[in-house]
Design a protein around this ligand. Structure first.
Ligand code: BTN
Length: 284
């Protein structure tokens, strides 16, 4: 792994210095606070989430965050063991590492938080409106612009390490996309004709994330649920929710005060769903 990190922040992580592909100093200059203890910019990694999961526990402290950003990923991972398309020089691959001290049942809150932070940063920095396909996809023009992969380690019923991976297609052109995703994926460049600075989008997301993370720890998920509701693409639509072998269809009626999807089943019963993948099957 080739990597580079900023010289600021107490207790520097041990990463070999090398390249100029991404600038940690530029990212830091866009940040609003010193919440971010380390910003590690890497050239090529297996997956930024893998780096986050392998950091020594001593480096992961409460009330601070670590950001790991790579120019490209050799084994970028999506949910359900899918590959995340991660070519060099174009897009954002960012993992945020935290010690949130929350129970594992609250881990989905971190995914919601990251999706909201990314949507807000894209609006602020790139001037685009993004919708969220519950629970973790960022959509533009009905196509996938980005996704979130949250992974956590728990000790005695508390999350001691959360790694929240955020992938956003920024500067890929249609021709750059592999055929298997070209029909359903998009990028900021494809939608707007404008290129985006990865550093600027990264610091924008980190600022938005930090503000919401502090709110989550102080007041709980409710304010984030309120922010999420109008951004959801699926509410009022017939959907199929797949989670492993389980498949369940219904009307996506709402999200509850814990961010769970409330599905109105054909039987008239309501079911609250914690995780899964949505396919929209009908109109509003
Ligand atoms: C999904 O939509 O399935 C989630 C995609 C998450 C991709 C990001 S890119 C940064 C981080 N590193 C990874 O290997 N995956 C996440």
């Amino acid at each position: 792994m080739n990597s580079r990190h900023s010289s600021e922040g107490p207790g520097r992580l041990e990463f070999p210095l090398s390249d100029h592909y991404l600038s940690a100093d530029e990212i830091r200059s866009g940040l609003k606070s010193r919440f971010w203890r380390e910003i590690v910019c890497c050239r090529s990694v297996s997956s930024t989430n893998d780096i986050g999961l392998s950091l020594p526990m001593d480096d992961i402290r409460e009330n601070t965050g670590i950001a790991i950003i790579a120019d490209c990923q050799e084994k970028g991972r999506g949910r359900f063991d899918r590959t995340w398309f991660s070519p060099p020089g174009l897009n954002l691959y960012l993992s945020i590492v935290l010690r949130p001290g929350i129970p594992p049942s609250d881990a989905p809150f971190l995914t919601i938080l990251a999706a909201l932070a990314a949507a807000a940063a894209l609006t602020r920095e790139a001037g685009i409106q993004v919708s969220i396909k519950w629970p973790n996809d960022l959509l533009m023009a009905g196509k996938k612009l980005g996704g979130i992969l949250t992974e956590a380690r728990t000790v005695q019923g508390i999350i001691t390490r959360a790694v929240i991976g955020i992938g956003i297609n920024l500067n890929s052109r249609t021709d750059d996309l592999p055929p298997e995703i070209s029909g359903k994926a998009t990028s900021v460049l494809i939608e707007t004709g404008s290129t985006s600075s990865r550093e600027r989008i990264a610091s924008g997301i980190m600022n938005e994330f930090e503000a919401r993370y502090k709110k989550l720890l102080a007041t709980g998920i409710f304010p984030l649920v309120r922010e999420l509701r109008p951004l959801l693409s699926c509410l009022g639509r017939e959907v199929l929710v797949t989670d492993g072998a389980s498949r369940i269809s219904g009307l996506a009626e709402d999200i509850d005060d814990k961010g769970r999807l409330v599905l109105l089943l054909p039987s008239g019963l309501r079911k609250k769903i914690n995780s899964g993948e949505i396919t929209e099957t009908g109109d509003r």
